[in-house]
Design a protein around this ligand. Structure first.
Ligand SMILES: C[S@@+](CC[C@H](N)C(=O)[O-])C[C@H]1O[C@@H](n2cnc3c(N)ncnc32)[C@H](O)[C@@H]1O
Length: 221
């Protein structure tokens, strides 16, 4: 079992790692060989959307997922505090942050199209009336943390934006790992991605977490 990064963050400012974060770590550990075989022959571009504390990006850096010294990592979060937290977590775990860049970004809008080989996203997936507005000021701390959780109708408003654009986000060989809760109706989402849009989609891991059932699916061509 691969070690989990040490984390020391201010959870008033960034999302505290929880069962969803750990399910993604387990999924990436399970997929390490698949990813290494797929990407070992060239420099790969890894992008985590919404790194929060930086636990997942640091885990990938630490364990060379998909391939040691042959991957560069972008961690893109709309919450400016998450960028500082991600660098601090990488440093705390002695990861070389020469391979890591963090950018304040609404989803992948700051990256060039078709460049990402491995996309990882633990989105705001909790069903809610609306996705919260982006706060005007960095010091509106509570409002930034609300953005980590609330995902609008079916908890899918933010995730759907990514799924709809997956073709222009991923490189031709790219793979996306996305976390869902049961209320997101992941089986329906996956069926649509396969039947309407021709993606391959597979369940990587799932787990009951309290009253919630979480799952991670991978999407690729
Ligand atoms: C559930 S948290 C996951 C945090 C971390 N990856 C983990 O697993 O512990 C969701 C993250 O997505 C970020 N986020 C929400 N909406 C976003 C958007 N439109 N663009 C980029 N990041 C976003 C939040 O700020 C938060 O850090």
């Amino acid at each position: 079992m691969l070690a989990t990064p040490y984390i020391k963050c201010d959870y008033d400012k960034v999302y505290e790692p929880a069962e969803d974060s750990f399910l993604l770590l387990d999924s990436l550990e399970k997929e390490q060989q698949f990813l290494n075989e797929r990407f070992h022959s060239h420099l790969s571009v890894v992008c985590e959307l919404g790194p929060g504390s930086g636990i997942i990006t640091t885990f990938m850096l630490q364990h060379g997922i998909p391939s040691k010294n042959k991957s560069i990592y972008f961690a893109l979060d709309i919450n400016p505090w998450a960028l500082e937290a991600t660098h601090a977590t990488a440093k705390l775990n002695a990861c070389q942050d020469k391979f890591l860049d963090t950018v304040q970004s609404d989803l992948t809008s700051s990256l060039r199209n078709k460049e990402i080989d491995v996309l990882v996203f633990n989105p705001p997936y909790v069903p809610a009336d609306n996705v919260p507005m982006v706060p005007s000021f960095k010091d509106d701390i509570d409002e930034w943390v609300d953005l980590a959780l609330l995902g609008g109708a079916d908890g899918m408003v933010v995730t759907n934006k990514v799924l709809k654009n997956l073709d222009i986000i991923l490189s031709p060989n790219g793979v996306a790992y996305i976390l869902f809760c049961a209320r997101n109706k992941p089986e329906e989402v996956v069926k649509g991605m396969k039947e309407k849009h021709g993606w391959k989609a597979e369940l990587v891991e799932h787990r009951k977490a309290g009253w919630e059932v979480l799952s991670v699916y991978k999407f690729y061509r």
